[in-house]
Design a protein around this ligand. Structure first.
Ligand SMILES: [Zn+2]
Ligand SMILES: [Zn+2]
Length: 227
């Protein structure tokens, strides 16, 4: 019982996300029977009952279906992962083969509230680099168009400007940890103090000097008032 409550009230746990993604794929491929799913993904033998208890999946005869809540969560999850793939592929030039794996890491770096910003920034893509459909969000339905990019690397912010960190390129993992230790994580508001000889950003009461190569990996949404 405790486990069920945890799943419902936490974001999702790892197993839950995996199961939702698998059932989504099975439906896309047109073969969501319990036999087909468990044959291809043996871990689902264990995960389906678990997800049923959490009221995210249910069985309808042979077919594994989403509950309303399960579908909603799966859709958001797939949307976020596939948008992350497009971002990695188009902006950061990671090959399509590399994106699927790397995109998994993004759950921790891309908060759900910025998903629509990323989608708008990318021009509301309909497909991931593997050609799979991206579930549309509010932003796609309204066809939000922004003239200026919503998200830019820290290096293109002007000195004195402020911004909120949207994501940090996962190119170097040790570096992410180091930045996180300094409080430089997505969602943090920072201001840019200087660009040379090195970048200096202020984040809360702390001023941090970083190399320009690091600054180029930090993407921000500008929050400074336009002049
Ligand atoms: Zn994909
Ligand atoms: Zn959109």
């Amino acid at each position: 019982m405790t486990k069920t409550v945890n799943l419902l009230h936490s974001q999702f746990d790892r197993d839950g996300e995996e199961a939702l993604g698998i059932v989504w794929s099975a439906h896309e491929q047109g073969n969501p029977t319990i036999q087909a799913i468990c044959e291809r993904w043996p871990q689902m033998r264990r995960l389906i009952p678990y997800m049923e208890r959490a009221n995210l999946l249910r069985r309808n005869g042979d077919i594994v279906e989403f509950t309303d809540e399960g579908r909603q969560r799966a859709e958001q999850l797939v949307r976020r992962n596939r948008l992350a793939e497009v971002l990695l592929n188009q902006v950061l030039e990671v090959s399509p083969e590399g994106t699927a794996y790397t995109a998994c890491l993004w759950e921790h770096m891309l908060t759900s509230e910025v998903t629509d910003n990323i989608c708008t920034f990318l021009g509301h893509p309909r497909q991931c680099p593997h050609g799979k459909p991206i579930p549309p969000g509010e932003c796609c339905r309204k066809m939000v168009r922004e003239v200026t990019p919503l998200v830019q690397p820290l290096t293109s912010l002007r000195v004195g400007g402020t911004g909120k960190i949207v994501f940090i390129t996962p190119r170097v993992h040790k570096r992410l940890d180091r930045l996180a230790a300094l409080g430089i994580v997505p969602g943090t508001e920072i201001s840019l103090k200087q660009k040379s000889p090195s970048y200096v950003i202020r984040c809360g009461e702390t001023e941090v000097a970083i190399e320009s190569s690091v600054a180029a990996d930090i993407f921000v949404r500008e929050t400074s008032p336009t002049k």
